[in-house]
Design a protein around this ligand. Structure first.
Ligand SMILES: NC(=O)c1ccc[n+]([C@@H]2O[C@H](COP(=O)([O-])OP(=O)(O)OC[C@H]3O[C@@H](n4cnc5c(N)ncnc54)[C@H](O)[C@@H]3O)[C@@H](O)[C@H]2O)c1
Length: 359
């Protein structure tokens, strides 16, 4: 299969020439990832850091490399089409890196959408896809709306329970705007990404109450205890119910692993591949409504939202994706800050793979 079709065409040239991205790309090539796919991974991880999603940026590289070393993740998988008909394609990711497999799925869905208005790609046997908004955004420059759901390692209890039965199952929706940053909703269904608890535990710190429960189902503020327990869903039973539905769409429907059968990233389970699934959908705006009309309507709506009167003590009204875009442009100028534990980890990786990490 020609996987060269999804070379990155987003706005990340400056990042790509950056030291961090270059380091990531070179390390991944050393473990056998084809250069264009290593470039996608480098793009995804550095973009996550630029946008303020440090939990899904370069701090994850070591975890992925360890899985490659243990033989449960493939740097050069044989991704194949299992089934293809009408709007729907089913893809087997052969336990590759989730970002690379999902990027391909988005390209395939975008091609279908260009033809018939909508493309849906169900992905099985994939890996952890990281920060999803970066993936959904890949199609917006082609006047398309990108949507992605993924399941992930079981770290959340069903509402009322205490055992980790399902992921915090993030999803992202990216909507194109002419000459402006896209509107991007990109969120997991736990109060906080588990990565924040991992970072807190590496720094030896505490976490706010309401993020997690311990093994006994009790509220917890010790980050290490929290990692042994489960994260709490957003909005109580509603967040749990949303995560359950995404587990059905991205796990059950796609033929991927689901629930407690998805391997754990942390604490790491190297007995089997992650087995995650994604459901990707692309809508071609112009098959629904003329582009200019969509843009006029969208701008009118978003202006109404931005100009809506603030609540008591309320701050500026924000459109989803706006803060990340602002952070990204600031960090492109001023540089990206990585925390000490990530810096130490990257230096260690650099030594191991013979690619010096110099910050
Ligand atoms: N692949 C995985 O398994 C996995 C798991 C968990 C999280 N993640 C990723 O981690 C990242 C962080 O996730 P998160 O749930 O912590 O996101 P978050 O809470 O930082 O942001 C959620 C959404 O809210 C929007 N937002 C923030 N402030 C806003 C405001 N004042 N008004 C309107 N919108 C606002 C953001 O633009 C974003 O779209 C995401 O990129 C997500 O994809 C991935």
């Amino acid at each position: 299969m020609n996987r060269g079709i999804y070379a990155w065409k987003g706005g990340g040239d400056q990042v790509m020439s950056g030291m961090m991205s270059d380091f990531c790309r070179r390390v991944l090539e050393k473990v056998g990832m084809p250069p264009d796919e290593a470039a996608i991974m480098a793009q995804c991880l550095t973009e996550a850091d630029l946008r303020g999603h440090e939990t899904h940026g370069m701090s994850r590289l070591g975890m992925y490399l360890e899985r490659v070393k243990r033989g449960v993740m493939k740097p050069d998988p044989e991704i194949r089409v299992v089934q293809d008909g009408g709007a729907v394609t089913v893809l087997d990711g052969d336990h590759g890196f989730g970002q690379v497999v999902a990027a391909l799925a988005l390209e395939m869905a975008a091609s279908k959408a260009a033809e018939i208005g909508v493309g849906v790609v169900a992905v099985r046997n994939s890996g952890h896809a990281g920060a999803l908004g970066i993936l959904a955004e890949r199609v917006v420059s082609r006047r398309k709306i990108g949507i992605i759901f993924t399941n992930t390692s079981p770290i959340m209890a069903p509402w009322g329970g205490r055992e980790p039965e399902l992921g915090n199952n993030p999803f992202a929706i990216a909507v194109p705007r002419e000459g402006r940053d896209p509107v991007i909703l990109d969120m997991a269904l736990s109060v906080t990404a588990r990565g924040n608890i991992i970072l807190a535990s590496r720094e030896g710190g505490a976490i706010p109450e309401g993020w997690a429960i311990d093994r006994g189902g009790r509220p917890v503020t010790d980050a290490r205890e929290a990692l042994l327990g489960t994260v709490l869903p957003i909005a109580g039973h509603k967040g749990y119910a949303l995560a359950l539905m995404i587990e059905i769409l991205a796990g059950v429907l796609t033929g991927a692993s689901f629930g407690r059968n998805v391997a754990s990233l942390m604490p790491p389970d190297y007995s089997k591949p992650l087995g995650m699934g994604h459901l990707v959908m692309v809508l071609d705006v112009e098959k629904f409504i003329p582009w200019d009309e969509f843009q006029r309507r969208l701008s009118r709506f978003l202006n109404q939202i931005k100009e809506s009167p603030p609540g008591d003590g309320g701050s500026e009204i924000i459109i989803p994706g706006e803060k990340s875009a602002q952070k990204r442009s600031r960090r492109l100028k001023e540089g990206c800050v990585i925390n000490e534990s990530t810096r130490r980890e990257l230096i260690r990786i650099g030594e191991e793979y013979g690619v010096p990490f110099e910050v």
